[in-house]
Design a protein around this ligand. Structure first.
Ligand code: HEC
Length: 169
């Protein structure tokens, strides 16, 4: 009886160790930087899962998700942040825009979806560099990637909005 209990606990301990390594590879690699570099995961929703926008109207989506974030960044990126709180604001907004760029892809236009997706991926990639620079508190690099991101926002606005909403840093 006691022997089988001990065996059961040993098996349990081994299994949970293995699971821990399999399920949390990033945490064992450690370091802030390495967790950023993780590869994109395939979307894995079970059964009825499908990615669907909450707000289907592109105007509302841009107005409530992108516009306020952009306006805050314009203020926080005007000069190099003096403290942690300043950097935190930039990290939060750059990450929000980079992640939200993925969501634009869920809202394809009637035509030229390829261009649409390219601009969205460009925004995401520049946004990621921007966020990464903000984490490193490198204002020169953050500024460079912030501007590059806005250029990609504008590329889409030029093609799909007849040049309306041209954003400046
Ligand atoms: C792939 C296309 C695409 C990308 C990329 C894109 N936008 Fe837009 N954006 C649109 C479209 C389309 C509209 C116009 C929506 C409407 O009014 O119907 C718009 C409108 C806007 C507006 C005006 C909203 C209003 O209330 O008038 C702002 C601000 C804006 N976008 C910010 C951004 C920012 C910031 C980024 C980049 C971080 C970005 N957009 C990236 C397609 C895009």
């Amino acid at each position: 009886m006691r022997a089988s209990l001990i065996l059961a606990f040993t098996v349990l301990a081994v299994v949970s160790c293995l699971l821990g390594t399999v399920m949390m590879p990033q945490s064992t690699v450690g370091g802030e930087k390495s967790s950023l570099a993780s590869a994109t995961q395939p979307v894995n929703l079970e059964d009825d899962g499908e990615l669907v926008p909450v707000e289907e109207d592109m105007h509302e989506f841009m107005e409530y998700v992108f516009q306020p974030t952009y306006k805050r960044l314009k203020v926080s990126m005007a000069t190099a942040p003096a403290d942690n709180a300043g950097w935190k604001a930039i990290k939060a907004d750059s990450l929000s825009l980079a992640e939200a760029a993925n969501l634009i892809i869920m809202r394809p236009p009637g035509e030229d979806a390829k261009d649409w997706n390219k601009y969205s991926v460009d925004v995401r990639n520049h946004g990621k560099e921007f966020y990464t620079s903000a984490r490193a508190k490198d204002f020169a690099s953050a500024t460079k990637h912030y501007k590059a991101m806005l250029n990609s926002c504008n590329d889409c606005h030029k093609q799909f909005e007849d040049g309306k909403h041209i954003l400046t840093p």
